[in-house]
Design a protein around this ligand. Structure first.
Ligand code: ATP
Ligand code: MG
Length: 549
């Protein structure tokens, strides 16, 4: 699709034209403390997309400065997701690769009189910081000598102090109107084993200090992040300047992406996973990349969706139906069409010879004839959908009811004669007759019927499980408060599991293969629950929606 223009592209074009920059280097900097979600996809598409467009490069860099929350499992999952989305990183880095250099740069700040070791507790630091309307108060430790600071910082590094006993703070301005500049903490003590550096360090740099240094080390020209970092930009620039980094990356903010009827923060996603509201980070109801993949969304659909949602400064909540629109568009010509019965009702065609089977030719995708045809069996026993029959139908019901004739897709007209019920009065079988003259493709014009039903021949059908999804979060506008949690809005009916049948030619369908089931929508072969004996299908989307782009 035609790329919408956006303000980031405009800035880059101007910089390149005026000679302010001579290349585009970006990075995607996830913290490995959870799985990526569709919001991250926006950041990925922007960072990789802009670099590609201007012949630049993009690094994948793990922002692993918090040893307590980070894990190799997340690192591996993030790499897999970025690749699956279709992007190739230039360099693969970890913030922890730069801990030595960050330490040296912190020492440089101390030597310049621009950083000091503070003994105030976290609570005191917060108190001293002041508010938007009141200036902060200087710490009594602010005027320690350079020598004392150097010695204390080294002792912090050597593990001589407990967690929280001391921090290193930048010495900027306690009365700055920008609270971020009121002597921010840049190093803290954490006696924890890091997933990369093990026990080498017990002091860790804070994000606001680490991130600009990481960017500058890698020669990043545009450090693109979300708008909650806007107020930190002066600090970002201060760190780059005062630590005397050679490169001067420029931070530019864009609006976060949000989707309706879901949650996006990693904290909430983790809670849903850990408290077993869902079946892991890749549950098909989650907006994680791995969940979307398992549901059956394609990288193409996700990329096109992100581009269409656009890049603006504003925070946007986008209708989840827009994402669904793009997967329909992507699969329309690609997905083979086939018939599946989700809630089976047996039909016996009483005038069809017993024991006989005929094989009918059916196109695989009428909108894409190159996909060819498939063979489907037809015999005396078939399955139709339970809700394609009504004993006492309302007016304008054109499907099966006693005395009515319908067309079976790719096969014949059948007419309903008898309804068989069990002892509870439930319909368990229909007896119909077919008309051999009406075979599909024979050019029969004798009479018309209004309803066309899908069906699956009973003796060759393969059993299958179908998983239908509804939004995970009922009302995402609902208030959150002290005693109200987003968990109260979790939709208990977000997953429905059905057991039915698919055509025998589906025998070789592989995990992650996608199909359009006639009248039911697009489905993906679930990679987690599918076994050699039984395929499990996730419904990606139904066929129609009221959503208009
Ligand atoms: P969360 O709040 O979901 O935990 P995060 O911002 O803490 O997300 P990071 O791993 O730090 O997660 O994010 C990596 C990059 O992705 C950052 O540059 C961040 O700004 C960007 N990003 C995260 N969420 C979104 C979103 N919803 N829309 C756009 N970009 C996002
Ligand atoms: Mg973050």
């Amino acid at each position: 699709m035609e790329e919408n223009s956006n303000f980031l592209r405009t800035i880059i074009k101007e910089d390149l034209k005026s000679g302010k920059r001579d290349k585009v280097v970006t990075r995607f900097p996830p913290e490995p403390n959870g799985y990526l979600h569709i919001g991250h996809a926006k950041s990925i598409v922007i960072n990789f997309g802009l670099a590609d467009e201007f012949g630049g490069r993009t690094n994948l860099r793990f922002d692993d400065t918090n040893p307590l929350k980070e894990d190799q499992e997340y690192v591996d999952a993030i790499k897999e997701d970025v690749e699956w989305l279709g992007y190739e990183w230039e360099g693969l880095f970890f913030a922890s690769d730069y801990f030595d250099e960050m330490y040296d740069r912190a020492v440089l700040l101390i030597k310049k009189g621009l950083a000091y070791v503070d003994d105030l507790s976290a609570d005191e630091i917060r108190e001293y910081r002041g508010t938007l309307s009141e200036p902060g108060k200087e710490s009594p430790y602010r005027d320690r000598s350079v020598e004392e600071n150097l010695e204390l910082f080294e002792r912090m590094k050597n593990g001589e102090f407990a967690n929280g006993e001391k921090v290193l703070r930048a010495k900027i301005d306690m009365s700055s109107p920008n609270i971020n500049l009121r002597d921010p903490v840049i190093y803290r003590i954490s006696h924890a084993t890091h997933h990369n550096t093990g026990d080498k360090w017990c002091i860790y740099p804070m994000y606001a200090f680490a991130h600009p240094i990481e960017d500058a080390i890698e020669g990043v020209t545009y450090s693109l992040c979300t708008t909650e970092f806007e107020d930190q930009r002066p600090l970002y620039d201060w760190v780059v300047r005062e630590t005397e980094m050679e490169a001067t990356p420029r931070q530019i903010e864009f609006g976060r992406l949000n989707l309706t009827n879901t949650v996006m923060s990693k904290r909430k996603l983790r809670q849903l996973v850990e408290e077993k509201f869902v079946d892991g980070w890749d549950d098909p109801r989650l907006p994680t990349i791995s969940g979307l993949r398992r549901r059956g969304f394609t990288p193409e659909a996700i990329r096109e969706f992100i581009k269409a949602a656009g890049v603006s400064k504003g925070y946007s909540t986008v209708d989840a139906q827009m994402l669904e629109h793009f997967v329909r568009e992507d699969l329309k010509l690609k997905a083979p069409r086939t018939m599946a019965i989700l809630r089976p009702l047996k039909v016996v065609i009483t005038n069809y010879p017993e024991g006989e089977v005929e094989w009918l030719d059916a196109d695989i995708n009428p909108e894409n004839p190159e996909m060819g045809t498939r063979m489907i069996p037809f015999s005396r026993e078939i399955y139709v959908e339970q809700d394609d029959f009504m004993e006492n139908p309302p007016a304008k019901y054109f499907r099966l009811f006693p005395g009515n004739e319908v067309r079976l897709k790719h096969a014949y007209f059948i007419k309903c004669n008898d309804v068989i019920k069990n002892e509870n009065g439930e319909v368990v079988e229909l007896h119909c007759t077919y008309d051999p003259e009406t075979k599909s493709g024979s050019g029969f014009t004798g009479r018309k019927v209004k309803g066309t039903l899908h069906w699956v021949e009973a003796t060759h059908a393969l059993p299958a499980e179908f998983r239908l999804y509804e939004p995970l979060i009922l009302d995402d506008e609902a208030e959150e408060g002290e005693n109200i949690s987003f968990l109260d809005q979790v939709n208990e009916k977000s997953l429905e599991i059905l057991n039915g049948f698919i055509e025998p030619n589906m025998r070789d369908a592989q995990k992650q293969d996608k199909f359009q089931f006639f009248r039911h929508g697009y489905f993906n072969v679930d990679p987690k629950h599918t076994t050699a004996d039984k395929k499990v299908f996730n419904r990606i989307v139904s066929l129609k929606s009221s959503f208009k782009l």
